[in-house]
Ligand binder design. Structure first.
Ligand code: C5P
Length: 401
């Protein structure tokens, strides 16, 4: 569930027996890649200790609006700005009432007032309390403000009653949290992405290849899927699992990658992140080549591989074609040349000579280039760069009509 990777989630815990499930929720959100911070109300601390949540989240738990030390470390306004979403689980009837009426009488309600990010509420209370007119009115107020409500579920309750008011299970809340980040900017679009290296066989056991990890292409596949697209990932040999709900076609050589690409067209968007070998041996030996043992050199003749992205850019109907340019010098200049030469709509340039970005690393810093415009995307995780690129591509596509 890539949608939570690198997302900053504030889990707000209020007083209710379901607070024991919040420990599991923190874990699940982290398993899905989120960075989690916990805020507890005073009542919550009667049900579960801050120490448990601190140990799980690996961060100090935020408890008190008036704690000068905690405020100095990360004040409530700063915390409100930090979060990409706030999830209140469990949300007690009392919290819901205070939240609905705009109170700011503890850290959590104040945080909710200060936050500009989505705030979601997972109610948990006895079924009679849930059904009380006052609570239902407060819930209606939240609905009218478009506050996402996660649950409640119906079923047996800690108090022995059966009915509506149970908090959803941790994994269900994690899934609902991920859904907060789904956008539909590419809904109905077909996206084809090439990723990873290619292998050009010398003989049955040897090949020419490169260090591409495939991470950028895989991150783009997840970002495009999360934007609602149907994604086909044409992948060279990499050590990455196929993302959920993405079709992967595994290939080895450049020629296989080209065949696979032409086979899955037409598409609305074609993104070429693959580090395709420019050359391949002119012939592949049928048997493992033997060392000559005469001390002399071995000469391999290499012939040029087809240019996959340029070939795709010649197809009709032409997809919106995005190339990548990994360079070690004159990065922008070479990239601009490639836009024209390969008939691309956009190119993403990165300087692979810089340590810690580009090839085989988790971060990247790139410049998106169009024939008439450029935009720098500062250093960030490949997932974040991927989301930003998908947004830019979707904008351009929409502008082209
Ligand atoms: O020419 P260069 O390899 O630097 O171009 C990089 C861009 O072209 C990348 O988007 C890469 O995936 C694509 N490419 C390709 N087929 C090739 C060589 C490069 O699709 N044979």
């Amino acid at each position: 569930m890539q949608r939570l990777a690198n997302k900053r989630i504030i889990v707000g815990i209020t007083g209710g027996i379901a607070a024991y499930k919040s420990a599991e929720l923190v874990r699940r959100l982290q398993d899905h890649g989120a960075d989690v911070r916990v805020v507890m109300t005073a009542a919550a601390q009667s049900f579960i200790t801050p120490l448990t949540l601190q140990a799980l989240s690996g961060k100090p738990v935020h408890l008190d609006l008036l704690d000068t030390e905690a405020e100095a470390a990360m004040g409530h306004i700063e915390l409100a700005r930090w979060g990409d979403a706030i999830v209140i689980a469990p949300a007690s009837a009392d919290f819901i009432a205070r939240f609905a009426h705009g109170h700011g009488n503890d850290l959590l309600t104040t945080l909710c007032l200060a936050a500009r990010c989505p705030i979601a509420v997972a109610p948990a209370m006895n079924q009679a309390m849930w059904a009380s007119p006052a609570n239902l009115e407060n819930i209606e107020t939240l609905r009218s403000r478009k506050i996402p409500l996660f649950g409640p579920a119906a079923g047996s309750q800690a108090c022995g009653d059966v009915g509506l008011g149970r908090m959803l299970e941790a994994e269900e809340i994690a899934q609902c949290t991920a859904d907060l980040f789904e956008n539909n900017i590419l809904t109905g679009k077909r996206v084809v992405i090439t990723a990873g290296p290619t292998r050009e066989a010398i003989d049955p056991v040897r090949f020419i290849s490169n260090h591409s990890s495939g991470k950028m292409g895989y991150s783009l596949a997840e970002a495009a899927r999360d934007a609602g697209a149907a994604v086909t990932l044409i992948s060279g040999p990499v050590n990455l699992d196929c993302p959920d709900r993405v079709d992967r076609v595994s290939v080895s050589s450049a020629q296989e990658m080209l065949d696979a690409a032409l086979n899955v067209l037409p598409a609305d968007i074609f993104i070429a992140t693959a580090a395709v070998a420019d050359y391949r041996p002119d012939k592949q030996a049928n048997q493992k080549m033997k060392k000559k043992g005469d001390g002399g050199p071995l000469t391999l003749t290499l012939i040029e591989n087809p240019d996959i992205v340029a070939t795709v850019a010649k197809q009709e109907p032409k997809p919106y074609v995005v190339g990548f340019a990994a360079e070690t010098q004159s990065v922008l200049e070479y990239a601009r040349g490639k836009i024209e030469r390969k008939n691309l709509d956009m190119i993403v340039a990165n300087d692979v000579s810089q340590a810690g970005i580009g090839f085989n690393s988790d971060e990247n810093a790139v410049t998106a280039i169009w024939p008439d415009q450029e935009q720098v995307l500062e250093r960030a995780s490949k997932q974040q760069i991927a989301s930003q690129l998908v947004e830019l591509i979707a904008q351009k596509l929409a502008a082209e009509g």
